[in-house]
Design a binder for this molecule. Structure first.
Ligand SMILES: C[S@@+](CC[C@H](N)C(=O)[O-])C[C@H]1O[C@@H](n2cnc3c(N)ncnc32)[C@H](O)[C@@H]1O
Length: 209
């Protein structure tokens, strides 16, 4: 059992979530935050692309369409796999689905030129370690999104977690400190080159110095 599956991602992100997100991608394309990450990564022809916590893989499919030579999606939830394969088929790309917890086993995949995590660090108490592991796998650019560090969001997360506890669900949400997330990437030799706070999600981009 990986760290995130230990925290209930496998029970929270089930078939219904996978079905809904893959249908949304097929009908409407990438959502706004994922689009920003794709643009920020600016794939070059021949790059390897890696998406960690990629869910059904819409963002990875777009990175491969943009010219990446190979694409790998790492997930702790095995139930996503058939949906991700269908998304790749629909997008006309070849990409690999790897079942692994990247914090517990950062060697589960090869390093890649471009690495993305969209709305992932908020699903695990190990957010900074997850960013550190992703940064260690980044050869050129890393981009990820996380909830803004605001008191109101932290309070909302606490209330939501209380509800999860009452419903006896293991899953929890986390609003990590921006400094810890950015520091984790910088600690792996990356340089912050972009930061765009939205109403809820902050999108950041790093380059290998
Ligand atoms: C909120 S979902 C986002 C999925 C997708 N990125 C999207 O935007 O639709 C977060 C995903 O991160 C995955 N995840 C969390 N921690 C992980 C880890 N340590 N290694 C791999 N995947 C992880 C979870 O299984 C979950 O599917």
């Amino acid at each position: 059992m990986g760290c995130c599956s230990g925290y209930g991602c496998d029970e929270f992100f089930g078939e219904r979530f996978a079905r809904r997100t893959s249908r949304r991608y097929r009908e409407k394309g990438l959502e706004k935050t994922a689009t920003r990450l794709r643009d920020l990564l600016a794939v070059r022809r021949g790059d390897a692309a890696l998406e960690i916590g990629g869910g059904v893989g819409g963002l990875l499919a777009e990175l491969v369409k943009a010219g990446a030579e190979s694409g790998r999606l790492v997930e702790v939830v095995s139930g996503y796999e058939p949906f991700a394969r269908a998304v790749f088929r629909h997008a006309g790309v070849e990409a690999e689905f790897v079942l692994a917890d990247i914090v517990a086993d950062p060697t589960a995949v090869e390093p890649a030129e471009v690495v993305a995590l969209n709305k992932v660090v908020c699903c695990t108490p190990d957010g900074p370690q997850l960013v550190g592991a992703a940064a260690g796998l980044t050869l050129r650019r890393l981009a990820f999104s996380f909830p803004r560090e605001r008191r109101s969001f932290a309070l909302a997360a606490r209330l939501q977690n209380l509800l999860f506890r009452l419903l006896r669900r293991r899953f929890r949400v986390f609003v990590h400190s921006r400094a810890a997330l950015v520091g984790a990437a910088e600690g792996q030799g990356l340089r912050l080159v972009h930061e765009r706070p939205g109403p809820f999600w902050v999108v950041v981009g790093f380059e290998r110095a």
